[in-house]
Design a protein around this ligand. Structure first.
Ligand code: BG6
Length: 488
């Protein structure tokens, strides 16, 4: 891996402390950082290098997945960090930053490979990328890369505008858009599951699959983020990005080669085949919910509208379920159901594939129909793959009962999403980053839903905190003769 400089904007922020420094540290311990690297933290505060380095030691000790932190390695690691206070809206302030970057490049003999990570509020994306360009920071005789994290706009138009601005300073191949769900090991593993297993690949189509269910449930409520969330809702916060990314990863077809370009091309084809919704028909395919008060782990929690910072009459969706059709020859006729919500019963992200059972009639003499075969991909918090099959139970008069074959690997010491993603960005592998066309197609699909919500064409169902969402979400599947599996 080539030596490089990592310029982190938002170096004193929360994401940096919780995720980025621990991830870099773990990469360093795993010898997955370049042999020489320089990290320049950029923030507003007037910190010295020493204060900055001390804050990094603290964040690694607090948030790293590794509990043992060796002092010597820690000292070597933080020695690579320097700090530069910059008002990012002031182009002049980028001059000393450039000097700092160059000074360290010279001292450590690092070629001009520069990675810029914008761990800042989205309103600063444009100004920073433009100042990187005009200051000359982005003029290198090595490579340059930009890492940004969602939200990429808050509707189709603003996303397109943002992309135009970023494109003025960086090429598409240089932009690494983080969707942290694409960094989850099990989401990455979908590729191997589908393509490295002929057994599954043979079944991965509408001849054998009855429906696909993708759920990302959370137990937390809006927390302290009402200012953002009350304008975003689950549709922008989770569906436009994480849920559709999981859908693309699940539904993509075999690429020619396992490369970033080919995999992303397959994902794009899925999104292109997703049937667009007309505003007027959104209510037939999309369920909107908002949590009310309820009991969670024997504790009473307030409803969304009573949360601090939320408008008392807020119509914001904290739950969305949707039926998605992919009109291509592989998936025609197979509904993909997606569902996500806050204050649900369980923190759990799962993809469940329900297989068809053409032989069901053979067992008509049994009181109950045999259960369907299910392939259960657990993404979060536990990771694993399980297959539900039918088997005779000798201790129950040979009755056919579902049993689960569990392929879960141990989950100890698994790298975190940010480690996997940063490692990929460092070596220039963009497979698990969102390409602009994926983002744009996702916004296009979501746009009529946003309109329908805004115009109240879709009922807003209240669901009790601690439940599986509104009954209307059960109804969505029941109408097709299905049910959500694995709801406890
Ligand atoms: C973020 C959303 O992108 O994903 C949050 O903004 C949400 O609202 C989070 O809580 C969920 O991520 P995870 O990894 O905990 O499932």
């Amino acid at each position: 891996m080539e030596s490089m400089t990592f310029v982190l904007f938002g170096a004193t922020g929360d994401l940096a402390k919780r995720k980025i420094y621990p991830a870099l540290y773990n990469l360093y311990l795993d010898k997955k950082m370049p042999s020489t690297f320089s990290i320049i933290g950029v923030g507003r505060r007037d910190w010295s290098d020493e204060e900055f380095q001390a804050s990094i030691v603290k964040s690694v000790r607090t948030f790293s997945r590794r509990t043992q932190v060796e002092s010597q390695q820690m000292d070597e690691f933080v020695e690579a960090f320097r700090y530069c206070a910059v008002d990012v809206t002031n182009p002049q302030a980028f001059i000393p930053l450039l000097e700092r970057v160059k000074e360290r490049e010279a001292a450590l003999q690092i070629p001009e490979n520069r990675m810029f990570y914008l761990s800042v509020a989205p309103e600063f994306f444009e100004v920073i990328s433009s100042n990187i360009k005009t200051s000359g920071l982005g003029t290198t005789n090595g490579w340059k890369r930009l890492i940004i994290e969602k939200p990429f706009g808050n509707d189709l138009k603003s996303a397109q505008l943002l992309n135009e601005k970023l494109s003025a300073a960086f090429e598409e191949e240089e932009i690494y858009r983080i969707d942290h769900y694409l960094g989850k090991p099990m989401v990455q593993n979908l590729e191997a599951l589908e393509f490295a297993n002929p057994v599954f690949q043979a079944l991965w189509n509408n001849q054998y699959i009855a429906n696909v269910q993708i759920t990302a449930g959370e137990t937390v409520g809006v927390e302290e983020r009402a200012g953002y969330y009350d304008h975003a809702g689950a549709i922008r916060d989770m569906v436009q990005n994480h849920m559709l990314q999981m859908l693309m990863m699940t539904a993509m077809h075999v690429p020619k080669r396992i490369t970033a370009n080919d995999i992303r091309a397959q994902k794009r084809q899925v999104m292109e085949a997703v049937r667009p919704l007309q505003k007027e028909e959104v209510s037939q395919h999309v369920v909107r919910g908002q949590y009310g008060a309820g009991e969670m782990l024997d504790k009473h929690v307030v409803g969304y509208r009573a949360e601090p910072g939320v408008q008392p009459q807020s119509m914001t969706d904290t739950f969305v379920a949707a039926r998605v059709w992919i009109d291509d020859p592989y998936w025609k006729g197979v509904p993909f159901y997606i569902r996500t919500g806050k204050r649900m019963k369980e923190k759990s992200t799962k993809i469940v594939i329900e297989f068809k059972n053409p032989l069901e009639q053979l067992y008509h003499h049994q009181q109950e129909k045999p259960a369907p075969n299910l392939l259960i991909i657990s993404v979060n918090p536990d990771e694993g793959i399980a297959l539900q099959v039918n088997s005779k139970n000798p201790s129950n008069s040979g009755k056919i009962e579902p049993v689960t074959v569990d392929f879960s690997a141990g989950t100890k010491d698994v790298p975190e999403a940010y480690e996997l993603l940063l490692f990929d960005a460092l070596r220039g592998d963009s497979t698990y980053f969102a390409h602009w066309t994926e983002v744009e197609l996702s916004w296009m699909w979501v746009e009529p839903i946003l309109e329908a919500f805004r115009e109240n064409l879709v009922p807003l169902h209240t669901y009790p905190a601690g439940s599986n969402g509104p009954d209307a979400s059960e109804e969505l599947l029941r109408a097709d003769g299905f049910q959500w599996w694995l709801d406890k």
